[in-house]
Design a protein around this ligand. Structure first.
Ligand SMILES: NC(=O)c1ccc[n+]([C@@H]2O[C@H](COP(=O)([O-])OP(=O)(O)OC[C@H]3O[C@@H](n4cnc5c(N)ncnc54)[C@H](OP(=O)(O)O)[C@@H]3O)[C@@H](O)[C@H]2O)c1
Length: 277
């Protein structure tokens, strides 16, 4: 039976920062949705989801009896994922199970799921809360094309989604998509500090740094030109931007730093995956 044509029942386990963002997006994206949220802290889940969301919230899967769900989204901390899946296993006998637990491989998640379920791993990022996330996903051959489409709809509702061809790529992508917002915040922080250093007030420096990034991000989002083309368009020869870029783009400056930062993040993602397996 199609996940799209009939009433689609979804069990969301864990309603924290990421789970609540996914719940809100799902609610907006799917007309046929019947959403149940399972979180150990029912009051917190209610508070995060707000009044207007049509959702059933439970703090114990026992109250669900033998009710079956088409789809389960696992949004608890990595260390809680298998235990949470085991506690809901009776309700997920033939479900599509989507885990967003960072660094938790499919082989670990399999310990918590029924034999007939289909598993997919997705790594969203912090921008899910403003529906500008980039999420990457990996699933093995057991997924149907409809399952894949469902994942694309869910994570398309919080931003953009991209399939990976091997599970190892999740650790590599995490160094860019997961950690990337942190790099950009660091850039904003240091741009603000540099602005203050040349005599701009703290408030104005904060405003300038934020809005420069928001504006450039808007162009990257809406303008088909590549980052290189956009950069060339604002850097006329002999001008102020070219002068700044000459410093920033020295071989040992930003290009080297970014390669080092991404390499360190990818190595750490691999270490975390090994620790959790
Ligand atoms: N935040 C991000 O930017 C981000 C990005 C990519 C991936 N992720 C992944 O998303 C997952 C969730 O992250 P988060 O930041 O949203 O975490 P969070 O805010 O801590 O939310 C997790 C929620 O799950 C609840 N919970 C824990 N164990 C449970 C269980 N056995 N059954 C039911 N509910 C349970 C927690 O309740 P208590 O607080 O009472 O324990 C909490 O409300 C993590 O695995 C993380 O790796 C997060």
């Amino acid at each position: 039976m199609s996940l799209f044509s009939k009433r689609c029942s979804v069990l969301l386990i864990g309603c924290g920062n990421m789970g609540s963002a996914i719940a809100r997006a799902l609610n907006g994206a799917m007309a046929n949705l019947a959403l149940t949220v399972f979180d150990s802290d029912e009051e917190k889940a209610k508070r995060l989801l707000g009044e207007q969301l049509e959702v059933r919230i439970v703090s114990d899967c026992a109250v669900l009896g033998a009710e079956q769900f088409d789809v389960c989204v696992v949004a608890v901390k990595p260390g809680d994922a298998v235990r949470a899946l085991l506690s809901a296993q009776a309700n997920l006998q033939a479900s599509l199970i989507i885990s967003i637990a960072a660094g938790t491989p499919l082989s670990s998640l399999e310990r918590g799921v029924a034999p007939n379920s289909r598993l997919v791993r997705v790594m969203p990022n912090l921008a899910a809360s403003v529906r500008k996330a980039i999420s990457v996903g990996y699933a093995d051959g057991a997924m149907s094309s409809e399952d894949r489409e469902f994942v694309e709809v869910v994570f398309g509702a919080i931003g953009r989604f991209h399939w990976l061809i091997s599970e190892d790529e999740i650790d590599l992508a995490t160094a860019i998509t997961g950690s990337g917002p942190g790099y950009v915040f660091s850039f904003a922080q240091h741009l603000q500090q540099a602005a203050e250093q040349i005599g701009i007030s703290k408030e104005a420096a904060d405003l300038f740094a934020r809005q420069v990034i928001v504006g450039a991000a808007g162009l990257l989002d809406q303008d088909a030109r590549s980052p290189l083309e956009l950069k060339q368009a604002v850097a006329s020869p002999g001008g102020t931007t070219a002068a700044g870029l000459t410093v920033l783009e020295q071989a040992e400056a930003m290009p080297w730093l970014l390669r080092q930062a991404v390499g360190a993040a990818a190595a750490r993602a691999r270490e975390l995956a090994i620790e959790q397996n």
